[in-house]
Design a protein around this ligand. Structure first.
Ligand code: PLP
Length: 424
C-alpha cells in the first residue's frame, strides 16, 4: 500500500489557489530522510551528501537540503548558478559533468567547487579553460565490464560513456599531481535506481581497493571517495525498500577492511544521491477531465508526459492514488493518459483502479526526483507549478506555472513576436 503524504482536503485547499497540474513536495519527508542518510554515514567524519541537482532543480528544495547539511552536485551551468544562489560555494558544490563546455569549468572554478574530471582529455580542456589547477581535484572511474551484485547483474559500465579506464586514471593522477594538485578524489557511478543494499558496499570496496593502489603507486593523497548516486526507491507497492542504515554499515565494513589497514582512515566519503533524497517526497497532482471508452477505457487527465516523462520514456511505473477513494474497490481497468499527440503519453496502462469520476484528483506517486526536472514543452505544453508542503501544513508555491508568454519569450527578436504577445 502506498499512502499519499497529503490529504484530499489539503489538496483541495491548495488547488483553490494553484490549479492542477502541479508537483507537490513534502518538506518533512525530505528533511527526515536527509537526517537518516547523515546518520547512516555518521561513522565517517568527513561524510557529505551532495544532492544531485538535476533530480529536482529548485532552489527552495536545495535550500531545505542545505539546511540538513547537504551540498549540491551540479553538472551544468544553470545548476551551478542555482547552487551559488543558495550559498553552496566552495566545497559545498561538486561539479560532476561530462562532455563539459569550457564556460562551465570556468564557472565551477570561480565558485571554488570541487571539480570531477570525466575523462583524461579533460585535464587539457580544463587547463585551457581555466589556466591553473585548484589544490583539490577528482577523477571519475569506469571499471568497464559488467557490474554484479549478489542478486544479479545490475548494469554494464563497459557500455557507459562516463569515466576513465584504470590505466587512464593512474595517468591522470600523475599529470594532475605534476600540475600542483595536492588532494585527490575518486568518483564512480555505475548503476541507477539500485534497489539492493549491496550496491554501495560493493562499489565502495572496488573504489577503496583502487584508491589504495592509486595512492601507493602515484603518491597522490586521496582525501575523498565519492560513491555518487544510484540508490533506488520502491516505485511499485510492495517492492523492496532499501535500508540506508544497512548500506551505511556495509560501506563502513569495506572502509575498515580496505582503507584503514592501508593507513587511509582519514578518507571522507561523499555521496551524490538524487532519487533517494527526494523521489518519494514528491507527487504529481492532476485532475481527471475526460473519460473515453473505445477498445480500451481511457481516463484523460490535465497533466501529460511533459510534466512527468518517466512512464513515456522508459515505461516506468508510477503508482496512482485516486484521492478520497483509497478504500474503494479496484473495479476498473484504465489507461490514464495526457493530451499529447503521442500514444506513449500514458501515466498508466491497464491499471486496476477504483471507478474514476470526472473531477477526481489523481495523486501520481514518487515524482520528487527526475519528475518535473525532465519536463519539456512538446506540443506547446507549459511546465507546471511546484508546491512545497511545510511541516506545519502550510504551503508555498516554489515555482509558478509557465505561461504562453514564457513559451514565446525566445521569439522576442522575431517579427511575429508582437502578434503572439497581443493575444495574451
Ligand atoms: C544523475 C546523477 C546522480 C544522481 O543519480 P540518482 O540515480 O538520482 O541517485 C549523481 N551523480 C551524477 C554524476 C549523476 O549524473
Amino acid at each position: 500500500m502506498k499512502t499519499p503524504f497529503v490529504s484530499k482536503e489539503k489538496l483541495e485547499e491548495i488547488i483553490r489557489e494553484i490549479p492542477t497540474p502541479f508537483h507537490i513536495y513534502d518538506e518533512k519527508g525530505i528533511r527526515e530522510n536527509a537526517r537518516r542518510v547523515r546518520e547512516a554515514f555518521s561513522w565517517n567524519k568527513g561524510f557529505r551528501e551532495y544532492f544531485a541537482v538535476k533530480a529536482e532543480p529548485n532552489p527552495a528544495i536545495l535550500q531545505v537540503l542545505k539546511e540538513e547539511g547537504c551540498g549540491c552536485d551540479c553538472s551544468s551551468l544553470t545548476e551551478l548558478m542555482m547552487a551559488k544562489a543558495i550559498g553552496c560555494g566552495g566545497e559545498l558544490t561538486m561539479f560532476s559533468s561530462n562532455d563539459t563546455p569550457d564556460e562551465e569549468y570556468v564557472m565551477a572554478n570561480e565558485m571554488n567547487a570541487i571539480i570531477n574530471l570525466d575523462d583524461i582529455t579533460m585535464i587539457d580542456s580544463f587547463a585551457k579553460a581555466v589556466g591553473t589547477f585548484p589544490k583539490t581535484m577528482c577523477c571519475r572511474y569506469n571499471p568497464g565490464g559488467v557490474f554484479k551484485v549478489s542478486n544479479g547483474i545490475m548494469d554494464t559500465p563497459g557500455d557507459a560513456k562516463y569515466g576513465m579506464t584504470t590505466d587512464q586514471i593512474f595517468k591522470a593522477y600523475r599529470i594532475l599531481k605534476s600540475n600542483g594538485v595536492e588532494n585527490f578524489g575518486l568518483h564512480s557511478f555505475l548503476v541507477s535506481n539500485a534497489v539492493t543494499n549491496d550496491y554501495y558496499p560493493m562499489l565502495a570496496k572496488l573504489l577503496f581497493q583502487l584508491a589504495v593502489e592509486l595512492q601507493k603507486d602515484t603518491g597522490c593523497h586521496i582525501s575523498f571517495i565519492n560513491l555518487s548516486g544510484g540508490i533506488g526507491i520502491p516505485y511499485k507497492p510492495g517492492e523492496n525498500e532499501i535500508d540506508i542504515y544497512e548500506i551505511g554499515e556495509g560501506v563502513r565494513k569495506a572502509y575498515e577492511e580496505v582503507l584503514v589497514p592501508a593507513g587511509m582512515g582519514d578518507v571522507a566519503i561523499y555521496t551524490e544521491l538524487g532519487r533517494f533524497m527526494t523521489g518519494p517526497y514528491g507527487a504529481l497532482i492532476t485532475t481527471a477531465i475526460h473519460e473515453k471508452n473505445i477498445m480500451k477505457h481511457y481516463i484523460g487527465v490535465d497533466a501529460c508526459a511533459c510534466n512527468l516523462m518517466r512512464p513515456a520514456m522508459y515505461g516506468a511505473y508510477h503508482h496512482i492514488t485516486v484521492m478520497g477513494k483509497e478504500m474503494a474497490p479496484y473495479t476498473n481497468i484504465y489507461d490514464v493518459t495526457g493530451s499529447l499527440c503521442e500514444n506513449n503519453d500514458k501515466f498508466a496502462i491497464d491499471r486496476m483502479l477504483p471507478k474514476i469520476d470526472m473531477g477526481d484528483i489523481l495523486y501520481i506517486h514518487d515524482t520528487g526526483a527526475h519528475g518535473f526536472a525532465m519536463g519539456y514543452n512538446y506540443n506547446g505544453k507549459l511546465r507546471s507549478a511546484e508546491v512545497l508542503l511545510h511541516e506545519d501544513g502550510s504551503f508555498t508555491k516554489i515555482r509558478r506555472a509557465e505561461t504562453p508568454a514564457d513559451y514565446f519569450s525566445t521569439f522576442e527578436e522575431m517579427p511575429f513576436y508582437g502578434k503572439l504577445m497581443e493575444q495574451l
